[in-house]
Design a protein around this ligand. Structure first.
Ligand code: NAP
Ligand code: MG
Length: 507
């Protein structure tokens, strides 16, 4: 077809259609409906057409995962690890291509998209090793001729429901440890980033994952996520997303006493004391507030600064923010990409209006940045107080609030004054103050002289308070969310021995 005819027919003829992956086959949805994935930097650019599935597809996927469970559970863990490792090697070979696609689908600048893919590579290499690590303990029994031990066992069929902000990293944090634990999976990715999710599934297929072990169903939270959460055949749910959706899922999961891991919202704070290295603190604040366009669960949307240095800090931050270039993340000179979609853009601007009404002082930004895509200027408010909505509610965009305080105690009191508890950081050169903050900060992650973002996969990740329900992802505990303990006693004495009653001193 000539270019002219192609244009006449419409660019849509060129757009690829992606399918669900159920029982080892790429299949269309039973609904016959589809939706589009678009580029947030170029609203009109359609990147692909996806299946808009419903409960019938969910049912088929759960059925396939249930059937595959017995075989996968019995596959030796080192053999499972070989497949996961191979997926990591494929990811590594295709890193650049995947990162570019991610920038197009999600908007984050290319450098950060590479980091997102790298996190999946790191997780694959790390999780593969679980296959050869101990998966239980032998423990002395109080009785003679008796062994006591524990082994990890899989949950069964696990649902992995993920957000769009780390479209490769977050699914890998869930799927790879869940696979290593011996579970089979139904994966429901965010509707804003279904293509990159499909790529991850394709790669695991190529790495040799048997049919039915991992199933992908695209579609909305209500039509796909909700039936998945409610189905009694699903034994465990791993969810990362908003606190509102997390609450709803927790209620449903609670009714059926399902295992549930929740990673939810944040309202993270950087504390800057008067003795801090100010340029270093500004570097950190800029990266934590505007990296990934502020759309990280660990983004610093509160900058709690000692009054003695607040003016200098805010001036420096404003100066740096003014130099940031907002645009298409594929362009090498772009510092900050768009927000994910129109609703997100409206929400960020709504908080600008709220901030003004609450008499926070707009220092920088507060406005849209071009209409090609969902662009917003890096936005800084000052004179923040802890009772402001801006200081309490998650904005999830490039908007941050400077909050003046008097000294460490007030800084910590303000830092701890929200319902969330994911990540906090302190900039100080006083060792005693740093340790005091490490003790007192109510958050799952604490950074000293570093920003609130930048987790590494070999450490546990997660939050306290309304950020979650006590589970942690990644790190040495990564399998805890996806396995149960089985305790086994073997008595080879040949007679009845009663724990706590029969003495072990005799024969
Ligand atoms: P979201 O709206 O809650 O969506 C997350 C995922 O859940 C999506 O796949 C969504 O599907 C699905 N979903 C929505 N409602 C559902 C329901 N009732 N039942 C089952 N599934 C449902 O969150 P988001 O806007 O994508 O992500 C941003 C949020 O995630 C922020 O609050 C952020 O802090 C949080 N987050 C937390 C962490 C962490 O580790 N703590 C990490 C990253 C992000 P659709 O896409 O089809 O709507
Ligand atoms: Mg999109």
């Amino acid at each position: 077809m000539s270019q002219a005819i192609k244009e006449a027919v419409g660019a849509k003829t060129e757009v690829k259609t992606y399918r669900n992956y159920i029982g080892g086959k790429w299949v269309p949805s039973r609904t016959g409906r589809t939706f589009e994935s678009t580029n947030p930097a170029h609203k009109a650019e359609v990147l692909g057409v996806l299946q808009q599935s419903d409960m019938r597809d969910v049912d088929a996927a759960i059925e396939a995962a249930s059937k595959a469970f017995a075989g996968w559970r019995r596959t030796p863990a080192p053999a499972r690890g070989e497949i996961v490792l191979k997926a990591g090697i494929i990811l590594e070979a295709r890193k650049e291509e995947l990162a570019r696609l991610m920038t197009q689908e999600m908007g984050k600048v290319l450098k950060e998209a590479r980091g997102d893919v790298q996190e999946a590579i790191d997780m694959a290499k790390y999780a593969a090793g679980f296959g050869r690590l101990p998966h239980g303990e032998t423990v002395p029994s109080e009785l003679r001729h008796k062994w006591a031990m524990t082994v990890r066992v899989p949950l069964g069929v696990v649902a992995c429901i993920t957000p769009w902000n780390f479209p490769m990293a977050i699914p890998s944090w869930k799927i790879l440890p869940a696979l290593m634990g011996g579970n089979t999976i139904v994966f429901k990715p965010a509707s804003d980033t279904p293509i990159i999710a499909t790529k991850l599934v394709e790669i695991l297929e190529e790495a040799g994952l048997p049919s039915g072990v991992l199933n992908l169903v695209t579609g909305s939270g209500s039509e796909v996520g909700d039936p998945l959460v409610q189905d009694p055949r699903v034994a465990g749910i791993s969810f990362t997303g908003s606190t509102a959706a997390g609450r709803q899922i927790a209620e449903l999961a609670g009714r059926n006493l399902k295992r549930l891991g929740l990673e939810l919202g944040g309202k993270n704070a950087i504390v800057v004391l008067d003795d801090a290295d100010l340029p270093l603190a500004v570097d950190g604040a800029l990266w934590a507030a505007f990296g990934t366009t502020g759309q990280r669960c660990t983004a610093a949307s509160r900058l709690i600064v000692d009054k003695k240095v607040e003016k200098d800090f805010t001036d420096l931050l404003q100066e740096r923010a003014a130099k940031m270039r907002v645009g298409d993340g594929l362009q090498p000179d772009t510092d900050m990409g768009p927000v994910i979609n129109e609703a997100a853009l409206k929400k960020v601007h709504e908080y600008t209006e709220i901030g003004k009404k609450e008499h926070a002082r707009l220092v920088h930004g507060g406005d849209f940045a071009g209409d090609q895509g969902w662009f917003y200027r890096p936005t800084i408010f000052a004179d923040g107080r802890k009772d402001m909505r801006m200081a309490q509610e998650e904005i999830f965009g490039p908007s941050t609030l400077v909050m003046p305080v008097n000294g460490l105690d007030e800084a910590l009191e303000v830092a701890n004054s929200t319902q969330y508890g994911l990540s906090m950081s302190i900039y100080t050169n006083d060792l005693r103050k740093a340790f005091h903050a490490m003790d007192e900060m109510q958050s799952g992650l604490v950074y000293v002289n570093a920003p609130t973002i930048g987790a590494e996969i070999q450490l546990p990740f997660g939050g306290v308070k309304n950020t979650g329900n006590g589970h942690r992802e990644a790190g040495t505990v990564a399998l805890d969310e996806f396995t149960e303990w089985k305790t086994i006693y073997v008595d080879y004495s040949g007679r009845l021995q009663r724990a706590q009653i029969d003495t072990a001193l005799g024969e």
